[in-house]
Design a protein around this ligand. Structure first.
Ligand code: DC
Length: 212
């Protein structure tokens, strides 16, 4: 079974998806980490981020891998922490926008999805990467709450800078951020992580009953 979890930055996808995968005993795939890892490598290689073709080539030659503990690797480097830096936050939408990059990433994400039960989080999982996913969820939350969640992760960055950053990421991600028609929308503004996870578990149960 594939559980697709999409939604904008700060909606709670990672925390929810990780916890859900743990409870279900499913693999967890963070597709945002793949775009982040490629961005990290492109900056290290000093590639122009405005050009899609060399970035697609770089992605093809350097598949992103994950270990059992969820660490992220590209080009032989463990980039788990490096890809969470704010400079990556700022540059990743520029890289993720390119068609050549998305093609390589989606191919790889489908390969990983084909390996069996998984919770996959991203922006285009329910619509493009795994349109046949048995359960699709789209998480959303009030922009102020999303900014404050980011602030908790990055206490050293000013609130205004974070809010501006989030807004510009939303704008550049928005074309890829439409919920799938058959996705269940969950507003996490006033919900605890546990409540969201339980709600998705109920959807999975209902889906399993419907198909058994
Ligand atoms: O979820 P995140 O913040 O780690 O995602 C990082 C960036 O990658 C974000 O700008 C959106 C992009 N992304 C995407 O375009 N498609 C995905 N499936 C996942 C992430």
């Amino acid at each position: 079974m594939i559980v697709a979890i999409d939604g904008p930055a700060g909606a709670g996808k990672s925390t929810v998806a990780r916890k859900l995968a743990e409870r279900l005993g499913f693999r967890y795939l963070d597709t945002g980490a793949m775009y982040r890892a490629l961005t990290w490598l492109a900056i290290r290689e000093a590639l122009p981020l405005a050009e899609g073709e060399p970035l697609g080539e770089l992605a093809r030659k350097n598949p992103v891998t994950f270990d059992e503990a969820g660490r992220v690797f590209i080009g032989g480097c463990d980039v788990t922490s490096a890809i969470r830096q704010s400079r990556i936050d700022r540059m990743v939408p520029v890289v993720a926008r390119h068609h050549d990059v998305r093609e390589v990433m989606r191919e790889r994400q489908r390969e990983l999805a084909a390996q069996g039960n998984a919770v996959i989080e991203g922006r285009d999982i329910g619509t493009v990467v795994a349109p046949g996913a048995e359960v699709k969820v789209y998480l959303q939350a009030d922009p102020a709450i999303r900014a404050s969640r980011r602030q908790a992760e990055w206490p050293d960055i000013g609130a205004d800078a974070l809010a501006t950053d989030l807004r510009s990421r939303d704008e550049s991600d928005s074309v890829r951020m439409q919920p799938a028609e058959d996705a269940e929308l969950i507003d996490t503004t006033d919900l605890e992580v546990e409540d969201v996870v339980t709600r998705i578990e109920e959807l999975i149960r209902a889906r399993s009953l419907a198909t058994s």
